[in-house]
Unconditional design. Structure first.
Length: 377
């Protein structure tokens, strides 16, 4: 058993906010939390924050690596290492629409990474290829396809971690959604032109998420509420949001946060290889992507993921949206854990859960990351 002590800060635990705490860790999990800390080994938070480790359900790349290009254990490890510096302790490497062969390789690589004990990887997010051309974003429509029997069988095969699938509900049937969810696949609406009725029917059939709310989906208008309207009206689905000042106007996000339970929102990075890398240009499926002032764009100006990390997402949520730090922390940890069905393992600082936490300075800059009670960044 190891002991880690923190003082002089804001420690966000499941039981409430503490100014100091001692964590006893056994086998990578929190065995005990004491609201006091003393001794020479106490970490002085200097009025900063200690939050549960961030869980990012949409990580396309990092550290100069794009998951589509390197769907291997080594690629996943490099992406995870890059994001640990910014407080991410669990993540889903995310595959942008690609061929069935690449999807199969990515699924197998995640299984292998989990078996190999790669820190942080808890599953995979397959974003596309069953999405709408009209809402393609930066995805390559040449790689889009229907959810045929072969692809359905590939996606529903038993896996070591969670499998999240983003699709357009207008391109599948209720029976196909049911087949996916029956196999444990977490289905999310994204890159969709669905009507309000179609989106609502998809949710009723088993869809439990919305991928990057507002972006690449039919908008809310007064006679056609679209996917956005269905998502805002529903009180149960989890909505991922990209809080970078580019993907969605701050006012739209503030309105969304007031429209439905805040614990049903998840902060995501939608990160590209530029995160954690000095190189701010990369190639996505043959197309050059450039990063300028934090904005990733293709040659035609289309947004291409983000240069955002999870600490930045938390900071922006506090500073731009006016959300309390402890609530922003829940959006980055507790909510995604619940969405993935991992609340029994992680997502909060509580006895029995993973000893994963992130230290932020008083101005919410990353200052340290621990996984299983051990400092990793």
């Amino acid at each position: 058993m190891t002991t880690v002590r923190f003082a002089n800060g804001h420690i966000v635990t499941a039981a409430g906010l503490l100014t100091e705490a001692t964590f006893e860790v056994a086998d990578g999990r929190i065995a005990r939390i004491d609201g006091h800390a003393s001794g020479e080994d106490v970490v002085d938070l200097d009025d900063g924050w200690l939050l549960p480790g961030f869980i990012d359900t949409q990580v396309n790349g990092g550290g100069g690596v794009l998951f589509n290009d390197v769907p291997t254990v080594e690629g996943i490890a490099a992406i995870g290492e890059a994001h640990r510096s910014f407080g991410t302790t669990a993540f889903l490497p995310t595959l942008i629409s690609d061929t069935p062969d690449v999807i199969a390789r990515a699924l197998d690589a995640v299984d292998q990474a989990i078996d190999a004990g790669v820190p942080g990887v808890v599953g995979i997010h397959v974003e596309g290829p069953v999405i709408a051309v009209s809402r393609k974003g930066i995805h390559d429509p040449a790689r889009f396809q229907d959810l045929d029997d072969e692809l359905l069988a590939l996606l529903t095969r038993p896996r070591r971690g969670r499998v999240m699938l983003t699709l357009a509900p207008e391109r599948v049937t209720a029976a196909q959604i049911a087949a996916l969810t029956a196999a444990g696949v977490i289905v999310s609406i994204g890159h969709s032109e669905a009507t309000y009725a179609t989106a609502a029917a998809g949710i009723a059939a088993g869809i439990t998420g919305v991928t990057h709310l507002f972006n690449a989906m039919s908008p809310l208008s007064h006679r056609a509420p679209g996917v956005v309207g269905a998502a805002l009206e529903d009180q149960s689905v989890y909505c991922g949001i990209i809080v970078d000042g580019f993907h969605v106007d701050d006012a739209a996000l503030r309105i969304a946060l007031r429209a439905r339970p805040i614990d049903r929102f998840m902060l995501v990075s939608d990160a590209m290889p530029c995160v954690g890398s000095d190189e701010k240009s990369f190639v996505l499926q043959g197309r050059p992507i450039h990063v300028a002032e934090g904005r990733c764009v293709g040659a035609d100006g289309t947004l291409a993921g983000s240069d955002l990390d999870m600490a930045g997402a938390v900071r922006n949520t506090v500073n731009r949206l006016g959300v309390a730090p402890e609530a922003a922390a829940a959006m980055a940890s507790t909510s995604p854990a619940a969405f993935l069905g991992l609340s029994h393992e992680r997502g909060a600082l509580a006895v029995g859960l993973a000893a994963d936490w992130v230290r932020l300075t008083r101005d919410l800059q990353p200052a340290g990351t621990w996984i299983g009670g051990l400092r990793t960044a």
